[in-house]
Design a protein around this ligand. Structure first.
Ligand SMILES: [Zn+2]
Length: 186
């Protein structure tokens, strides 16, 4: 797969090729769908429910904290995450307020397995969205939850964490290192 968006020094190391093939239902860097601005959902129907089920399965199988629809190849504004308080689905999410700053933990992305980096994010956000039954919700999130929402909302705008990471901090880690690391997988 051509990785034209990565600089030479960040080409996927041979020892990570296996990790890149491990979850074929998750789209990897190099697929143009990850760079598209996704379309809003106009109504929730059987296809949307099916998409949500597919995303949930993919996120759980890859042991991820969060996932956006483009990561399963669907250019729609649907994101989900579970930071330990159960699954939350946000449709057409819009971040309406941001405050403060956080730089920890490092971020990783299920679409770029094995790469980590430091990304500066707002510490606290307010997000407006619809839930999986298209009921409007407004949510205040802080810390890790705020970080994951910002990462996933970036995905539906075609933005990846490598675009926002402090360039000197981007580095590849092996599977074993990843298990020991507190970096996010989303
Ligand atoms: Zn990601």
């Amino acid at each position: 797969m051509p990785l034209t968006t990565l600089p030479d020094e960040l080409q996927v190391p041979v020892e990570l090729q296996e990790a890149w093939n491990a979850h074929p239902d998750i789209v990897k860097l190099g697929d143009p769908v990850l760079r598209q601005v996704a379309q809003p959902v106009t109504r929730v129907n059987a296809a949307t429910q099916d998409l949500i089920r597919r995303m949930t399965r993919a996120m759980r199988e890859a042991n991820g904290l969060g996932l956006a629809a483009p990561q399963v190849g669907v250019s729609l504004r649907v994101i989900m995450y579970d930071t330990g308080e159960g699954l939350r689905v946000l449709i057409n999410p819009k971040i309406i307020a941001m405050q403060g700053e956080q730089t920890d933990p490092p971020e990783g992305c299920l679409s770029i397995p094995g790469l980590q980096g430091i990304v500066k994010r707002a510490r606290e956000i307010r997000v407006k969205a619809f839930d999986e039954r298209m009921r409007p919700v407004t949510r205040r999130a802080t810390g890790l939850e705020a970080r994951v929402i910002q990462h996933e909302v970036d995905h539906i705008d075609g933005i990846l964490f490598i675009d926002r990471a402090e360039p000197d901090t981007l580095h590849w880690i092996t599977d074993a290192e990843e298990e020991a690391s507190d970096a996010t997988r989303e």
